[in-house]
Design a protein around this ligand. Sequence first.
Ligand code: B12
Ligand code: SF4
Length: 517
Amino acid sequence: MKILLYNPDNGVTRNFMPHLWMFLLQALTPHGHEVVLIDGNAQPMDEESIAHYVREQNIGLVGIGAMTRMIAKAYRMADAVRAAGVKVVMGGPHVTEMADEALGRDGGPRHADAVALGEADETWPRIVEDAARGTLKDVYAPVDDFGQERKPQLQSYPEIPWDKIKLDQFNLLPGILHPLLKRIGAGWGTFRIIPMESGRGCPYGCEFCTVTGFFGDSIRFRTNESVVNELLLLKKRAREEGGQIAVFFIDDNFAINVKRTKSLLRDIIAANAQVHWVAQISANLLRDEELVDLIAAAGGKWIFIGMESIDPANLADVKKGFNKPGEYAVVLDRLARRNVFAITSFIFGMDNDTPGVAERTLKEIRSWPPGLPIFGLMTPLPATPLYKRLEAAGRLTRPKHWQEFIPFAMAHTPLKMSIDEAHNEVRIGWSSSYSPEAIEKAVDSLNHKPLGYRINILIARLCFRGIYFPQMGRFAWLKSILENRRTIFKLIRQGLGGGLHVAVPAVAAQPVTEQRH
Ligand code: B12
Ligand code: SF4
């Protein structure tokens, strides 16, 4: 049977990092089936083209995975595939929480023939065999023979053949420049960001987050050896194609077990498996100097920190009181001293926020080493404790906000400001942090650092801008380059004067929004 795994585009930010679930399920597919992958963010498709594709390619089963914000598009694509006579199975965080919606059991239309609940590592082979036999069931749940939930152990993680997988869709550099860029330094013909997990689960249970409910509070890890081998495979691929690869460790809290993280980092260093990488780690775990030393030595370049708010009352409200705003500056300095920078994520529209929250937060941010601030709105994702609290209090203004997804729009009324005011605060956050003046200031403040780091910050800031400022088209890019020409020329002048050593701009172009970690 020929299987298509499809990830819908989010229609807003374009996302150039592959989605891990597709490659993982491909690696877990039983022998005898062919699997093709299409990521709508890199290869846009509409309903008509997917229906045409599945007919032309004689596809026997389509698997669709989606987060909440892409679910409306996912359903439209699923409808088109089913209308073409091909079975659809859906999985991922949204349908796990809203299976009845996908199966049309809530009074709405049916979009999926089957739904895979939760982690599908163990159910996927069964789904494929059932589909091939024509006996697909409605629901596949990860349970043992006694009906008890069973989380996949990651000790026997499949080998994802990154050295052989076709990744043409995911080169962040224009193909036309490939022959030229290949010759620069160790080679820049390709630049890919590859997702990798070293473990799953987070016990913290922040109120707005899906992770504790979805992956559970039992933390599971891959073996160090399997992570190191995957890194070595990617490194080899980059070398062979005269390009660069950076890794995004997608673990929700990469240092949740500090002892284990240190042992992994030591093994990476010992095996010389370092590539440049980004990982998500909560601020409280970055108190450990030795951990931060090892992060830097093992290739860590950017750490994503879910700061959420500088107001302890807000943090207590969302059960994230373990974040201590008073120590944010110390943590960021500790990272910056090792040339590791932070992607700092904030949520506006929290219950204790009042107008002016953006400016208050920006004032703090300006006193920190420059990084990549991100601003989102408090969003009640289905089945989270936040959703339940707001629903019970009658505060949801768009209870099914995913059915009419609007980027950067709230779905409930905050307590101390209006929805419009909250939207305005997010606008202020982005435009103040990513204006040409702010970018110039950030780059200048790094004058004591090697040129590569300043170029890194510039490229990363220009790409991150794309989360809020439209810059998908060529002209939008040109405009942004023109606006930032002073900073660009300054760096070029310094480069010509002192030799150019460019650091990999890890996670450039990572479109991340809203709350997390
Ligand atoms: C990496 C990541 C991203 C990347 C996404 C791009 C990418 N290329 O991967 C970035 C950083 C850009 C990102 C951004 C956002 N993310 Co995000 N992200 C993640 C993260 C950390 C890892 C995803 C992952 O690869 N997991 C590992 C794989 C193996 O798990 P999985 O995807 O769930 O797949 C398993 C099952 O779900 C299932 N499955 C999944 N799909 C399918 C399909 C089929 C057919 C089948 C059978 C099974 C199946 O099988 C897989 C194996 O078990 C998750 C949290 C998490 N730990 O999963 C959040 C998460 C998915 N993100 C989330 C959110 C909310 C966002 C944002 C909206 C805002 C935010 N909070 O950051 C933005 C929106 C981005 C956009 N552009 O639209 C939420 C989604 C919740 C929801 N209900 O939708 C999560 C769960 C985190 C959270 N805080 O709650 N994200
Ligand atoms: S926001 Fe981060 S720290 Fe909090 S529960 Fe989710 S994954 Fe864990």
